[in-house]
Design a protein around this ligand. Sequence first.
Ligand SMILES: [Zn+2]
Length: 179
Amino acid sequence: MNYCGECGKSVTKKIPQGDNLPRFVCDSCQVVHYHNPKIVAGCIAEWNGRILLCRRAIEPKSGLWTYPAGFMEIGEGTEEAARRETFEEARAKVRITRLHSVLSLPHIGQVYLTFIGELLAEEFAAGEESLDARLFEKADIPWQDLAFPVIKDALRRYIEDIRRGEFGVHVADLPGRLS
Ligand SMILES: [Zn+2]
């Protein structure tokens, strides 16, 4: 960050009084600019035992598979964000049934909230940011072609839950280097 988003003047990275971490502080208006983690809301949508995945058409990780997920917008709730992403990326309408996991990525300042949902109908298609959208049997999940480690981690937990018949909410912090 080089300039203050409030007044446009220069900023200096320093520890504000009473704080304990360096922040960008405006040299002119003194506003402290906090950079905090962002929330990504996603949905593992089910239809008769299969799950909906889409293939990314945009960087990063274009061409790889993911369940619909994306940054929350100001003004919406977490489930609403997950439903919106499912419609944007896979043109599918979904009813959220429960929270599956809260996975933190401390190294990049993101928190993934992944919900489980049910498709309202067997209707889906590639959205603007997707090349393809498909229903996958659990045995056919493309583990080698998933877009992000956090997606792989959440799907692995999902499959394991079904195998064990236990459906709690997973809360975990994922390390920076995870394959
Ligand atoms: Zn300023």
